[in-house]
Design a protein around this ligand. Structure first.
Ligand SMILES: Nc1nc2c(ncn2[C@@H]2O[C@H](COP(=O)(O)OP(=O)(O)OP(=O)(O)O)[C@@H](O)[C@H]2O)c(=O)[nH]1
Ligand SMILES: [Mg+2]
Length: 321
């Protein structure tokens, strides 16, 4: 068997625009650890240009179908597209991954469309641990638009708002999605709301409901007012309006000089998360911490010392200055 190229070689091939190398590097990012950090260290200076659009909403709302349609429209405008689908194999839809692949097949021959599915962190879908890193890689690979699909059923997918310039919330008329969306906090994070499956008869009234709910929010003058768009991914209607709404939001961010602020916010939260992860890992791996805990927990169980006393002792032990 031929020897697999090392990271340095993969990075060279990546710089030459080789898709296979990009795919291999993403696998390295998924696996984490030192190799992943090496990859990031070396591509990071090429990031910061991609426009990130997050798509979230309940399972089966038609997010992948819409992404497929949108990709076609964005390609007509010569955008180079990266697509990240956080593996939607959820208890609700079960193994939709294959479905995503089939729906994306329309663009599978297009070298300017790079699709990648990632395993999600929780069993309910949502965001993957390495989503940020994979967005970076696609950005560094020259994709000027990165579309990220997550399933909106829990808290973690609200994180998409911290990763994207524009958040599109996809809902469907059936099964009281509007109410679900409000409960899940999706109403707070959407810049554009899509009522998909507009080929169903209740779509218009469901869209009006969303619009009414948004009106209740006191949006200060001059701030972005979320748009509500009716689409049918199946019948290819409303897609132009959706593109227009996304572009309008982008222009709003540009005109207000919001881009630099968003990038700073994204990077701050990444440094914070990476630091917390690292600290937690170090604490877990530290034999000193483990020993002290084991030794002192007996005293906590007996009520001799409080949990905080143990924490203060641990703090002294690991004091980082
Ligand atoms: N009638 C109708 N069906 C649609 C429309 N858009 C998508 N569908 C169907 O709805 C089903 C789910 O579509 P997907 O695009 O996989 O939905 P999704 O939100 O990506 O689903 P998950 O990733 O599993 O959460 C598929 O059977 C689609 O064919 C639409 O506009 N109208
Ligand atoms: Mg999907």
């Amino acid at each position: 068997m031929a020897e697999r190229p090392g990271i340095e070689r993969l990075l060279e091939l990546f710089a030459e625009g080789k898709v296979a190398a990009a795919a291999r590097l993403i696998t390295i990012l998924e696996n984490g650890g030192e190799d992943a950090e090496r990859v990031l260290d070396s591509v990071f200076h090429k990031t910061g240009d991609a426009y990130r659009i997050g798509f979230t909403g309940p399972p089966g709302a038609g997010k992948s179908s819409l992404l497929n349609r949108l990709t076609g429209r964005f390609r007509e405008k010569d955008h180079r597209i990266g697509i990240i689908a956080v593996d939607p194999t959820s208890p609700f839809t079960g193994g939709a991954f294959l479905g995503d692949r089939i729906r994306m097949q329309a663009h599978s021959e297009d070298p300017e469309v790079f699709v990648r599915s990632l395993a999600s962190r929780g069993s309910l879908g949502g965001i993957s641990n390495c989503t940020d890193e994979v967005i970076d890689l696609m950005d560094a690979f020259g994709k000027d638009m990165v579309l990220i699909e997550t399933v909106g059923v829990g808290q973690s997918e609200l994180e998409i708002a911290e990763k994207a310039h524009t958040v599109v919330v996809v809902l469907v008329p059936e099964s009281g999605d509007g109410i679900q969306a409000m409960k899940a906090g999706l109403m707070e994070i959407g810049d554009v709301f899509v009522m998909n499956k507009a080929d169903h008869e209740d779509a218009e009234s469901a869209a009006r409901e969303i619009q009414d709910t948004l009106r209740l929010k006191d949006i200060p003058a001059g701030e972005w007012e979320p748009r509500v768009i009716l689409t049918s991914a199946r019948e290819d209607t409303g897609i132009g309006e959706l593109v227009e709404a996304i572009e309008e939001h982008r222009r709003y961010l540009e005109a207000g000089g919001h881009f630099a602020g968003i990038r700073r916010k994204i990077l701050r939260s990444r440094v914070r998360n990476a630091l917390m992860d690292r600290m937690e890992r170090r604490l877990r791996q530290s034999a000193g911490v483990r020993d002290l805990l084991e030794q002192r927990m007996e005293s906590v169980y007996k009520g001799e010392i409080s949990p905080y006393k143990v924490v203060r002792e641990l703090e002294e032990l690991v004091s980082i200055q």
